[in-house]
Structures are given as structure tokens and as C-alpha cells.
Write a protein that binds this ligand. Structure first.
Ligand code: PLP
Length: 400
């Protein structure tokens, strides 16, 4: 049989990496490309956090830590969950993982039997469905149109649940739409979940601090504390503290699930990087001004880009509550003709047209499970964003 397992042959590489690779390849050919693809802060990790890493290295934090993470870090996470989210977890209810991405994958691996279903509201973060497939589960994609704010309704949740449902995955604020659930919306979803005790819920809270209305992001468990025994709360330092390369995420949850993750990761991975863990302690316990300052910058960019996009005929965009993306509706471009005479039939065609005609790289909505859209990342300077949107406006004006 083939050397590569069927499990892995079924999954596809991340479409956002593919888009980034295409942009890089064109750049290497000498083309002037504006890439609005990447999903990582364009800021450096704050100095106090970098200093904490250096100090930790010098003090010998270069060895294995406890498997679920150092006590210092798990205490800092427990304190953060209490202080910022009003959620009570002890350090033993928490496991630190090598980024939140691998934490999510491990949690699925630890719980999914072949054929189990995972409810994923679309638009979704590109990795969820393929992770489920890699675990031999079945992604149950629920299309959540713009008319409902890109969020799953209680009726849709009810209709999607079967006796094979293992997980519901919630990502708020969302990549790619920036949509976030209110406490009242969570309460209604929880009322449906109450009738289906076999359904577990994974909350991907990685963008909780990046939001534009000055409010704190509610957590499902604030609205429905009775679900604590079946919720895994996933988070990390990547986006909030511009620490994507440090690879620190964590999961808080009920002891049987956290215990299973401990067992799995003790054999499959080991602890997350000791130096990064020390840096993450400083991120959580230290000065938080970077968070406020960077969010203010994202907000300026988001407001400016939103205005410009909505002025372009054929494009519209809902204001995102948070995260650092704009999910642009390009239905008005579908069916139109390029100067070269091709018809734009899909959002993939639109993304390719923008790249080829004006050198702007974006990711097509089909990658996120809801078309016709494309995603723009605002994790880039205003100069880059202005250049990008001017080019997009020009490309659209040349359509017939
Ligand atoms: N979850 C979502 C929704 C994301 O957009 C990302 C990063 O793109 C991650 C998780 C991964 O975070 P980490 O860097 O902690 O693995």
C-alpha cells in the first residue's frame, strides 16, 4: 500500500500557506507584490517578554519542564483565566501545548473515534476540518451566512447535532470574519446543548483581546457555567502578545480530558519549549500596555480599510468585532469580465485576478467554507494596506 497513510492523504495543505507561497514565488521573480495573507501580528514581541526569555536561559531554564507546563506558567494561566475571563481553573486543570494549533489537534486526537462528527460553523479557521479528517472524524460544516453575522444560530445547532456528534467548535472572535458571540447568543446555544449532554465544546479564544468595541470578549462558560464539565477552553500568547514563533498555547478543561491530553502528549510530544514558557509567564503577568496599544493600531487599520472597501463598487464588508481580518464579500464581481476577457466565476478566480493583475495576495473564501468572499489580513502597516486597497480598487475598476 502507499507509504503515506490514508489518514494523511485525505488532508490538504493549508490554503493560506499556499497563498503565501504563491506570493513569495512571484516576489522572487521580481514582481512587486502586496501580501495581505498572513495571520500573524506584524509587531515584534514586546521587549519585557524577550528579556524574560534571555534571563530564563541564563538562569538555566533550558531543560525539560513538567509535561503539562511549568507550575509558574500554569499558575499564571489560572490567574489570567480568573482575572480576565472570570473562570476558575486550578493549574492541574491546565495543559500547556506547543502553540494552540497542536493543542487543538491533540484534543481531537484524544477524543474522536472514526466516524464521530464535529460541528464546524463556516466560515471557519482553515485547519479545523482537516484536523478532524486527520483524526478520522467527519467535519459537519454548517454554513453561517453574512445575514446572521457569520454565526451559528440555535436552530442550526439543533439541526446539526446527531448521536454521533462529538464536538462543536466555536472561534470567537473568528478567523476569518471577526464575528464574536455575545453572552446572550451563547446562552441560547447552551440551551440547545443542555439537551445533548454527549456534545463537547471546544472554544478557540485566541483572538479574545483583539477587538474593536472596547468590550471584553464573553466566554461561553460565563453565560453557561453548567457546561464546565464538557468545555475545553483553548488559548495562547501568539496573537495577543505577538508571539507566534514562540509556540505557546494552552487548554483548560475537565480533569478526564486534560488527563488524557497529558497521557497522549507525554508519549507524543513532551513539554512545550522551556524558554518560551518563561517568556509566556512574563507576557501574562507583566505589563499589558502592548495589548492596548496594538489593538488601537489594528482598530485604525480596520476602520480605514473598511471604509475604503465599502466604497469600491462590487465589494462590501461587515465591520468585524475583532481579530485582524476583513472578510470581503465579492458577490458583485462574480460574472464580470477581466481586461484579458476571462469571466470571474468563483472567489478563487477573484483572488487569482487580484494577484495576477495588480499583485495583491489575498485568500479566497472557499478556503474558509463560505463563498464568494476573500480574506484580507490587516496585520500590515497602513502604507502596505493603502497600497493594497488602491491596487484592488484599480483592478475592480478595470472589470467589465
Ligand atoms: N486558532 C485560530 C483561529 C487561528 O487563526 C490560529 C492562527 O492562525 C491559531 C488557532 C493558531 O495559534 P497558535 O499560534 O497558538 O498555534
Amino acid at each position: 500500500h502507499p507509504r503515506i497513510s490514508a489518514r494523511v492523504r485525505r488532508i490538504k495543505p493549508s490554503p493560506s500557506s499556499a497563498a503565501a507561497d504563491r506570493a513569495t514565488a512571484l516576489k522572487r521573480q521580481g514582481r512587486n507584490i502586496v501580501s495581505l495573507v498572513v495571520g500573524e501580528p506584524d509587531f515584534d514581541t514586546p521587549a519585557n517578554i524577550r528579556a524574560a526569555a534571555l534571563k530564563a536561559m541564563d538562569k538555566g531554564a533550558t531543560r525539560y519542564t513538567m509535561l503539562p507546563g511549568s507550575v509558574d506558567l500554569r499558575e499564571a494561566i489560572a490567574a489570567k483565566l480568573k482575572r480576565e475571563n472570570n473562570l476558575v481553573y486550578s493549574p492541574s486543570d491546565i495543559i500547556v501545548t506547543n502553540g494552540c494549533k497542536s493543542g487543538i489537534y491533540s484534543a481531537l486526537e484524544a477524543t474522536i473515534e472514526a466516524g464521530d462528527e464535529v460541528i464546524i460553523p463556516a466560515p471557519y479557521w482553515v485547519s479545523y476540518p482537516d484536523m478532524v479528517i486527520a483524526c478520522e472524524g467527519i467535519p459537519k460544516i454548517v454554513a453561517c451566512p453574512e445575514s446572521q453575522g457569520f454565526k451559528i444560530s440555535p436552530e442550526q445547532l439543533k439541526a446539526a447535532i446527531t448521536n454521533k456528534t462529538r464536538w462543536l467548535i466555536i472561534n470567537s472572535p473568528s478567523n476569518p470574519t471577526g464575528a464574536s458571540y455575545s453572552a446572550a447568543e451563547y446562552r441560547k446555544l447552551a440551551d440547545i446543548l443542555a439537551r445533548h449532554p454527549h456534545v463537547l465544546v471546544m472554544t478557540d479564544d485566541i483572538y479574545e483581546h483583539i477587538r474593536f468595541d472596547g468590550r471584553t470578549t464573553p466566554h461561553l462558560l460565563n453565560a453557561a457555567p453548567e457546561l464546565a464539565d464538557r468545555v475545553l477552553a483553548v488559548n495562547g500568547v501568539s496573537k495577543t502578545y505577538a508571539m507566534t514563533g514562540w509556540r505557546i498555547g494552552w487548554i483548560a478543561g475537565p480533569s478526564d480530558l486534560i488527563g488524557a491530553l497529558n497521557t497522549l502528549l507525554s508519549q507524543a510530544a513532551g513539554n512545550a519549549c522551556s524558554i518560551s514558557q518563561a517568556a509566556a509567564v512574563e507576557a501574562l503577568n507583566g505589563d499589558q500596555s502592548f495589548v492596548t496599544e496594538s489593538v488601537a493600531i489594528y482598530r485604525t487599520r480596520r476602520d480605514r480599510m473598511l471604509t475604503r472597501i465599502n466604497q469600491i463598487e462590487g465589494l462590501t464588508c461587515l465591520p468585524p468585532d475583532g481579530a485582524f481580518y476583513l472578510y470581503v464579500n465579492c458577490a458583485g464581481l462574480i460574472g464580470r469580465k477581466t481586461p484579458a476577457g476571462a469571466h470571474l466565476e468563483t472567489d478563487g478566480d477573484v483572488a487569482m485576478y487580484l494577484l495576477e493583475s495588480v499583485g495583491v495576495a489575498v485568500v479566497q473564501g472557499s478556503a474558509y467554507g463560505l463563498s464568494p468572499y476573500f480574506r484580507i489580513s490587516i496585520a500590515a502597516s497602513l502604507d502596505v494596506l493603502d497600497d493594497g486597497i488602491n491596487r484592488i480598487a484599480r483592478a475592480v475598476s478595470e472589470l467589465r
